[in-house]
Design a protein around this ligand. Sequence first.
Ligand SMILES: [Fe+2]
Length: 268
Amino acid sequence: MPIDPVNTLKRWFDTYSRSFLSGDPSADGAHSLKIAHTRRVCEIIVHLGKTMGLSARQLGLAEAIGLFHDLGRFEQFRRFGTFNDRLSVNHAALSVDILETTGILNDLPMADRSIIMDAVRFHNAPSLPGNKPEENTFFMRLIRDADKLDIWKVFADYCRMGKRPEPAIVQHLSDLPICSPAIIKAILEKRMANFKEMKSINDFKLLQLSWVFDLQFPESLALAATQGNLQVIAQSLPADASVQQAISVVLAQLSSSGSSPHPQDHKE
Ligand SMILES: [Fe+2]
């Protein structure tokens, strides 16, 4: 995809996303977070793409996917006041609906449109479909990694500042000092934990640590290790033996990338 269409898509996204802002910062928190998340996911996905040597067309596709992967979040929060898909709608499906209804991708070649739509549709799916063209599958995997890398940063920043995460972001979970055995078990078995098992913010943090086992590319694992965000989230969890054992499995996975955390990213 040449540069010009991406700039057109970015301008459209800016106008669309800003239309949800009221101008009152206390009311705009959730939408503003998603605008900022989108910007950073675009930066991360392009960075990963460059590291992997993608072509200019492929970098354009990657940026468009980053731009639209959470498009439905704005409408979801406006309609339901939550980012919890189980209590509202699947935000990825809503993103695809909006892309189709607005026709914003209609000028793109059919193959490019299909790549963007599939990557958006499946960015939050428990597993990926096995019947898609190779290039579609590559971008589905790429956005999943870029999305995780930024969500880790958001959580680690809350930990660094000693702040409680925005309630909408943690799906209004309590901050009781409990950790669900099912989530710890998933980590010990080196697999992604299930959203349904979450009962506390600690569970949300552990769930995020479990995402390290779903990273698709060595470049993503290396970036995660260098950024140090998972290490910061881990440090904010209770000292219980079972939790610490789970953390050590996560950190061992991270260190398998061969990269070590950047000292600056380790600051509290
Ligand atoms: Fe998403």
